[in-house]
Design a protein. Structure first.
Length: 116
């Protein structure tokens, strides 16, 4: 039997594909005109999410890649003068939901998150 070496875990590179996340309580620090769109963003996220996607044991409202794309298109339904604020509110919402994963996923080749 091979001996376990914890150093090997640190050196190993893992590959993963982002598939989605469960909507949870979060704090969003957003000022200015984009802040007024947060309610619409959250409401839309709940509307497009899939409830109990992984069964009742996990529960929750899940945003998968397809739903994230739908949420990002929310700005398309607003006048041009407002769409930039809606886009900012969507990205701030996603960043608050994903927390540290938001930055990591921007560098992932299959990521839907825009580059900074």
């Amino acid at each position: 039997m091979r001996d376990f070496n914890p150093k090997q875990l640190k050196e190993r590179q893992y590959q993963f594909d982002f598939v989605g996340f469960a909507i949870s309580d979060c704090v969003i620090a957003l000022n200015g005109p984009a802040a007024r769109y947060l309610h619409a963003v959250h409401r839309t996220a709940l509307e497009v999410s899939v409830q109990n996607l992984f069964g009742l044991d996990l529960g929750g409202f899940w945003l998968m890649i397809e739903q994230i794309e739908q949420l990002r298109r929310l700005a398309d339904h607003y006048p041009a003068t407002e769409s930039q604020f809606v886009s900012r509110a969507v990205e701030e919402y996603l960043q608050a939901q994903l927390q540290e994963w938001y930055g990591l996923l921007r560098t992932h080749p299959f990521s839907l998150l825009p580059a900074a």
